[in-house]
Design a protein around this ligand. Structure first.
Ligand code: 0X9
Ligand code: ZN
Length: 766
């Protein structure tokens, strides 16, 4: 732009974005201009390698080895026509796959030119130069200002921007987990930046219309660096299509060997000419340093990352520097998510990708993914995109969109899976009542989520009667399952408790989520069994059938039930097999020994619940029951009343009317005082009945028991409020004055000085 007339300046000022684009255009390769290395004399051949000696030899003869995993067997190499004879001399058999590698590149170039002249279609119909990628990223970000922040991770050796876009839903994102993805560490792997751009575009465009995207971005932030080796990428367009490294001193450094995690080891080279030259020191390159520092600036939030490469269709997880696996639990998680990504890609109509540990491909020390996993604890993968070697790095442009689409499906699943927080899960409901002298126990497990679970980091914290939270007994069962043992306390104590566990990235989760601010609450009690029958042997005072019962089949009997679609195969408890059941045999069919034509009644033995008359003590009745009435001709027509009596059966009060068809045993608990006054003359009865014509009724009862639960009051705690104070003395004296039997402290029938003395004596002892 030589003419700096008024008009030109006005346009540049008015169109700020285009001013930037104009500068970018200067950097763009003209498609006519051609200073690129040619490969006319190179062939692509599949060589049959039989010995280590032949393997070593082809390393020298080949221009490049295309195979991802050269070894004994078929190895695809790019070889100069003139040296093909050397293969024959070595006795290596081979098949020519493409006569002229330049033809592949020319075809790609032609398709790029054709696409440039084409109207319609998508941006993903062809490959784009660095500056086109940057301006597209800028345009997309600018079109979605509520979702995006366009940043820069730094600059390359030749001064190009390493662009980053952060994408998240509106609102405060400062506590959202971060998923980081990048493409383009290797210059020639053009489908990498294209795929990463596609993922960025889908996230921005589909927020608000695709609920999965909306949910993901409301919960997490996705940070995207589509092209982290700008100089190398540009050079692969301008000079050398198969350039891999950055542009350090003309020879370049393989950025994926330059990361500071086990740097310098296997699968990297100290030779500047090597394609896997690791650089002079870990993080010697501005491109790796830029991404490292950018990620570390917010390292507490990163939970997952993917480094996109091509080719071979692989999903690779750490470690990559050597044949070392993460701890079993983390390996399992890498494997599960890795196979999950593969499945999502297939479900989306994509090609098969193989999930495996990175070192299984080959060791490559100093790679990015080892650093992401090692240094940030994030769940980190390398994905090798299409294809499996037919075209390799020169993947035809018509495969960009399918590659991007299948990996969009894989990415979305990956992000959803990895942003889930780890969670603590209880095997049972948190108890509201725990043993005062016999410790209550509770099993729990920790499930992986964002990042992996830091094995052994789980804690059980309890506070008694408002005291400080202290760490309590938590026995390890397996790496992620635990057995909590509650502390014993004075009866009636309030015990608050919660659990915490830590993720690999240092994030701590609590159950309940509020931790010490919102703990579970339990009250400690003494419990004493006053009656229990496991129903394994003998009738133990139970009565099956009372006068007036009119069922013709399926009467209550004690036995081992045989399974039908309506009847259990076993009793309720782990130990033993027997219970009370309506016709234990299965018979010839579901309706053979069920309850028919009327009622069959099961009456419990007499039991004593009078201990619950004491202040502060409840009598708790519990049993397991089975009930089924959802089979047969008129299902759900019947019900089973369960009734309780405190006068040896003279009168009955209903405990529950069972209609639930759970098809499993259900354990029930009742506080007897909620129904009748507990006495020494208690009975319970179960009325299984078939009133609806043709319906199938099966019922069972197991593990019937009564226990007292609570904290008996101290003798001098007259008002039973747990504290001995003036009010107890006052209440005692007024009872004494009223000649209430409760004030006859020594129980001698007279109200005298000795009662007062006895009371005060116990009071002073506490
Ligand atoms: O060698 C690499 O850096 C990657 N393959 S590529 O063909 N795209 O260059 C693979 C890196 C994965 N990690 C390990 N294999 N250790
Ligand atoms: Zn690569």
């Amino acid at each position: 732009m030589k003419n700096f007339g008024r008009w030109s300046i006005a346009v540049v000022v008015a169109m700020g974005v285009n001013a930037a684009s104009a500068q970018l255009l200067a950097d763009q390769v003209s498609l006519d201009e051609d200073r690129r290395i040619r490969y006319d004399d190179d062939d692509l051949v599949d060589a049959q390698i039989l010995t280590q000696k032949q393997l070593a030899a082809i390393n020298d003869i080949a221009v490049t080895i295309w195979s991802e995993h050269p070894g004994i067997g078929t190895v695809r190499i790019q070889i100069n026509e003139g040296t093909r004879g050397q293969l024959d001399a070595l006795g290596i058999r081979y098949r020519v796959v493409h006569e002229n590698v330049q033809e592949l590149i020319d075809a790609e170039w032609a398709s790029i030119q054709a696409a440039a002249n084409l109207r319609g279609g998508t941006w993903y119909d062809t490959y784009h130069q660095y500056n086109q990628i940057v301006s597209r990223l800028n345009d997309l970000a600018a079109a979605h200002p509520n979702l995006t922040v366009r940043e820069s991770a730094g600059t390359s050796i030749e001064g190009r921007d390493i662009p980053v876009v952060r994408i998240t839903g509106p609102g405060d994102a400062s506590n959202r987990p971060v998923v980081f993805i990048n493409g383009g560490q290797h210059a020639r792997e053009w489908v990498g930046p294209a795929t990463v751009m596609y993922i960025a575009e889908r996230l921005m465009e589909d927020y608000g219309s695709n609920p999965r995207v909306t949910d993901l971005l409301n919960a997490a932030e996705v940070v995207i660096a589509p092209i982290v080796n700008p100089d190398g990428y540009v050079y692969s367009w301008t000079n050398q299509r198969l350039w891999r490294k950055n542009r350090r001193n003309g020879h370049g450094v393989d950025l994926n060997r330059n990361w500071g995690w086990e740097w310098g080891g296997l699968g990297s080279s100290g030779d500047t000419d090597s394609d896997i030259y690791r650089g002079s020191a870990p993080f010697s390159e501005p491109e790796t340093t830029a991404i490292r520092d950018y990620v570390l600036a917010d390292s507490a939030r990163i939970v997952a990352s993917i480094d996109y490469h091509s080719f071979s269709q692989l999903i690779l997880w750490p470690w990559g520097y050597d044949e070392v696996d993460p701890p079993a639990a983390e390996f399992d998680r890498f494997e599960t998510i890795g196979f999950g990504i593969r499945d999502e890609i297939l479900d989306a109509g994509g090609l098969p990708y193989t999930p495996q540990p990175s070192y299984d491909l080959y060791p490559a020390a100093g790679n990015a993914v080892d650093w992401f996993y090692g240094a940030t604890g994030s769940t980190a993968y390398t994905i090798e995109l299409r294809d499996t070697g037919d075209f390799g790095f020169i993947l035809p442009a018509d495969q960009i969109l399918p590659t991007a689409q299948e990996n969009w499906a894989g990415f979305l699943y990956f992000a959803e899976e990895t942003i889930k927080p780890i969670s603590v899960v209880l095997a049972d409901n948190a108890p509201m009542s725990i043993g005062a002298t016999t410790p209550t126990t509770l099993d729990l497990s920790v499930l992986d989520g964002s990042s992996y679970y830091l094995i052994g980091s789980t804690r059980f914290l309890t506070s008694t009667n408002g005291g400080p939270f202290v760490e309590s007994q938590l026995d390890t069962i397996t790496h992620n399952t635990y057995h909590a043992v509650f502390p014993t306390t004075a009866c009636g104590s309030t015990v608050e408790f919660y659990f915490t566990a830590m993720a690999g990235n240092g994030a701590t989760v609590s159950l309940p989520a509020g931790g010490a601010n919102d703990p579970f609450v339990a009250v400690s009690t003494e419990s004493t069994s006053v009656f229990f029958d496991a129903m394994e042997s003998g009738t133990n005072g139970w009565t099956a059938g009372v006068s007036g019962d009119d069922a013709t089949t399926g009467q209550w009997e004690r036995g081992n039930p045989q399974a039908t679609n309506a009847q259990p195969a076993d009793d309720a408890s782990e130990n033993g097999v027997n219970c009370w059941i309506t016709g234990a045999s299965a018979g010839g069919g579901i309706g053979t020994f069920d309850v028919d034509d009327g009622t069959t009644t099961l009456v419990s033995p007499l039991f004593d619940a009078s201990a619950a008359a004491a202040d502060g003590v409840d009598a708790i009745l519990s049993y397991a029951r089975w009930y089924s009435n959802d089979q047969g001709n008129s299902p759900n027509a019947d019900s089973m009343p369960v009734e309780i009596s405190n006068n040896d059966g003279a009168s009955w009060v209903q405990l529950e009317l069972v209609t639930e068809n759970l098809n499993r045993w259900e354990r029930k608990e009742f506080n007897i005082a909620d129904f009748v006054t507990p006495t020494s003359q208690m009975r319970v009865r179960f009325l299984a009945r078939d009133l609806g014509d043709g319906s199938i009724v099966e019922a069972g009862v197991d593990d019937f028991g009564v226990e007292t639960r609570g904290c008996p009051c101290a003798p001098a705690d007259t008002n039973c409020d747990g504290v001995l104070d003036f009010f107890d003395v006052q209440l005692f004296l007024s009872l004494f004055a009223a000649q209430d039997p409760a004030a006859d402290f020594n129980q001698d029938g007279s109200f005298d000085f000795f009662d007062v003395l006895g009371y005060l004596d116990l009071f002073s002892q506490g």
